[in-house]
Design a protein around this ligand. Structure first.
Ligand code: GLV
Length: 320
């Protein structure tokens, strides 16, 4: 008998094919919420749940899970959507999918950096409207990205992949994290134990810290003010890291030259004041959104599920 699985979000074709071959699965056409997932978990006698970062696996949902559900695998790297303490207490195995999305997330962070520095959203809007007039040499100027000082908050796998790209752009790389990295990982980047001490030195700031209460609104009116005037701000990590009122004020006042954002406090119904700021480049939480990476993320979640249901150790358990 094939293991029974509930898949709570649409997945790429190759992942779906494996699900249909290897599992007895309930697959959603769109996205399943908590109630629907619980109901399918019961009626289908599920052994496992396949989740994405959008599924809130909170204490109440975990408490309501039938006993036969042994593993919940998220295909995301972030797990701020999961109540880890409640899962542990229930004996539910939870896995994430690190590594497979590192490069594409770093690529998108760099897309945001370059687009915000070079006013790509404004240029694209000008072209969409038909260009019509030649600009003076002093009009619509961006800021240079190459050679600038880049501050990275959170020098984990993704932060380090961004640093690697930055070195190709001759940037000076600074980073802030809970602990200093060994030289083979920091590759010459300068460490700050308190990210606030780093901010005044950053031409460009990019966030790669985890979501959750510890870092909630770490970028707020006070910390945006610590950036030099004309800095560029990028977030491809979690929307919760940012006080969006303070961000909007910092852009409107001209304190920030521009921003690039892939994540928002509320998704998908984000604060639409952001889209009215011409020098803010926006993407809809798509940092991992390539065919290759979304496929690899799905496969990684399935690998974790298959191993656990075969009585083996998961590849990416959130705890051991
Ligand atoms: C995406 O946001 C992830 O955490 O993988």
């Amino acid at each position: 008998m094939k293991p029974r699985l509930i898949v709570t979000r649409r997945v790429p074709a190759a992942v779906l094919q494996r699900i249909q071959t290897d599992f007895d699965a309930v697959v959603t056409e769109t996205e399943m919420g908590q109630e629907e997932t619980l109901s399918f978990a019961r009626s289908h006698r599920a052994d496992a749940l396949f989740l994405s970062g959008r599924f809130k696996l909170d204490a109440a949902t975990i408490a309501a899970l039938p006993d036969h559900v042994r593993i919940a695998a998220t295909c995301a790297v972030g797990f701020d959507n999961i109540d880890v303490a409640a899962a542990k207490a229930r004996g539910l195995i939870v896995t994430n999918a690190p590594e497979v999305l590192t490069d594409c997330t770093a690529d998108l962070a760099f897309t945001l950096i370059l687009n915000a520095c070079r006013r790509a959203a404004e240029y694209n809007a000008i072209m969409q409207q038909g260009w019509r007039r030649q600009f003076g040499l002093d009009e619509y100027l961006g800021v240079r990205a190459s050679g600038k000082t880049l501050g990275i908050v959170g020098m984990g796998r993704i932060g380090r992949a961004v640093a690697k790209r930055a070195r190709g752009f001759d940037m000076t790389v600074l980073y802030a994290d809970v602990a200093e990295l060994p030289p083979d990982l920091s590759q010459g980047a300068k460490f700050f134990a308190d990210f606030r001490d780093m901010l005044p030195h950053c031409d460009i700031l990019t966030l790669h810290a985890p979501g959750g209460p510890a870092c909630d609104r770490m970028m707020n009116a006070e910390t945006f003010a610590l950036l030099p005037k004309g800095a560029v701000f990028v977030n491809a990590a979690r929307g919760g890291l940012v006080d969006e009122d303070a961000l909007i004020d910092a852009v409107r006042s001209g304190h920030l030259f521009g921003a690039g954002l892939d994540v928002f406090r509320k998704e998908p119904d984000f604060d639409e004041r952001l889209k009215d700021l011409p020098n803010v480049f926006l993407t809809p939480h798509m940092a991992s959104g390539t065919i290759e990476t979304r496929t690899a993320m799905g496969m990684r979640a399935l690998d974790n599920i298959a191993r656990v249901l075969a009585g083996q150790q998961a590849i990416d358990p959130l705890w051991v």
